[in-house]
Design a protein around this ligand. Structure first.
Ligand SMILES: [Ca+2]
Ligand SMILES: [Ca+2]
Length: 135
């Protein structure tokens, strides 16, 4: 009886151990601004490395090989994982000066400290295409 219980505990422990050993997926990713993306993959907006357990992973709406469309069809989906993410626009008025150092963030001619709405009234998020290479 005691031997059976020990065997049961051993096999339960083995199953739990093997389930926890599955390797998490990590990806090398490039992002492209969807507003001006023309299919050119050589000039990414941002480059990052991400793993499934990173917080950033959940901010990306991951696609899969069943919903291929538009420009993404150019990519070999057995090698690449694609998705979308929404990020804060770091240069709202597109003057080349990042918001952090821009004294007129929305570009309306009123300096931030005198502007009732320094970030303007537009949606200040950018939709980015995320294309990641599997490791
Ligand atoms: Ca700016
Ligand atoms: Ca302003």
């Amino acid at each position: 009886m005691k031997t059976k219980l020990c065997q049961l505990i051993f096999f339960m422990s083995l199953i739990i151990f093997l389930n926890n050993c599955s390797k998490e997926e990590c990806l090398d990713c490039n992002t492209y601004n969807m507003d001006d993306f023309n299919g050119d993959l050589t000039n990414p907006k941002d480059v990052f490395y991400i793993c499934e357990n990173d917080d950033l992973w959940d901010y990306i709406i991951w696609g899969n090989s069943n919903d291929i469309g538009g420009n993404i069809a150019l990519i070999d989906l057995t090698k690449y994982q694609t998705g979308y993410r929404s990020v804060q626009d770091d240069d709202i008025d597109n003057d080349g000066i990042l918001n952090d150092s821009d004294n007129d963030i929305d570009g309306d001619g009123l300096l931030n400290n005198a502007d009732m709405s320094p970030n303007g009234f537009e949606n200040n998020h950018i939709l980015e295409l995320v294309i990641c290479e599997r490791n």
